[in-house]
Design a protein around this ligand. Structure first.
Ligand code: MF3
Ligand code: CO
Ligand code: CO
Length: 252
């Protein structure tokens, strides 16, 4: 669904709040803290400070505010008071906030303590993949151009792109059409039109692209047990390209 200016302003506010959750939680991330505690801090902040709604709570039976995906976990890791962060872990935190009915969905990678060089490189190149995907967005381009830009950069660096999970249209509906694949061929797929809002959220693996779903029904891990990284932004298509609705201060 295309957004008019009033709807865009609603999306801007939701996106800003989601970005602010990731900015706020950074200082709490260190060895010894549990993902359950991080989830509680973010829930309190969204509800009490932002006066907003944590979209993941109750979403298809998910019970937490954040997804906390550590090391070989690709996405949808469940926060847990028994999962204590340790030095060298890498973690994605993914949060979605609803404000006035509009959704803002974003995630970033955090290093816990001192990271190993190969993990830091995976994280940085995955962020570059997200930015290259965003740069491919403009009216008249095609959705396949986004996936092509991401896949090319990942594979040039000998990484693989997860195929089973993708970005999505977003607005009053959390996961709307169209699907935004993170792999593909240039000049294929739907044409990109001014007014669209969608997420781009590449998941990039150190090893093979294959995934496995754990028995909790949510946690997705790499099949080979090697690490995975993800970054996500919600964007709006304007006449020149993409406006990043979930941009953080550290990115400006
Ligand atoms: N925020 C995730 C996404 O980027 C979806 C999480 S759904 C949950 O689309 F239920 F696992 F929280
Ligand atoms: Co998300
Ligand atoms: Co998303």
């Amino acid at each position: 669904m295309l957004k008019n200016i009033e709807e865009l302003n609603g999306m801007r506010e939701a996106g800003k709040l989601a970005a602010e959750v990731l900015e706020m939680i950074g200082d709490y991330i260190k060895p010894g803290v549990s993902t359950g505690e991080l989830d509680k801090i973010c829930n309190d902040y969204i509800v009490e400070v932002q006066k907003a709604i944590p979209a993941n709570v109750g979403y298809r039976g998910f019970e937490k505010t954040l997804c906390t995906s550590i090391n070989q976990v690709i996405c949808h890791g469940i926060p847990d008071f028994n999962r204590i962060l340790k030095n060298g872990d890498i973690m994605n935190i993914d949060v979605t906030v609803i404000k006035d009915g509009w959704h803002g969905d974003t995630s970033k990678m955090f290093l816990v303590g001192k990271a190993q060089a190969h993990n830091e490189r995976l994280i940085n190149i995955t962020q570059e993949c997200l930015y290259k995907g965003i740069e491919a967005v403009k009216p008249g381009a095609h959705l396949g151009d986004i996936g092509h830009a991401i896949q090319t950069h990942a594979e040039k660096n000998y990484y693989s792109v997860v195929e089973e999970y993708c970005g999505h249209g977003i607005g009053k509906i959390y996961h709307d059409e169209p699907q935004i694949l993170h792999y593909g061929k240039a000049k294929t797929g739907q044409e990109i039109i001014e007014g669209m809002c969608f997420t781009i959220e590449p998941m990039i693996n150190l090893g093979t692209k294959f995934t496995k779903l754990l028995s909790d029904g949510w946690t997705v891990e790499t099949q080979d047990g090697r690490n995975s990284a993800q970054w996500e932004h919600t964007i709006y298509v304007n006449k020149d390209g993409a406006e990043i609705l979930t941009l953080r201060k550290e990115e400006q």
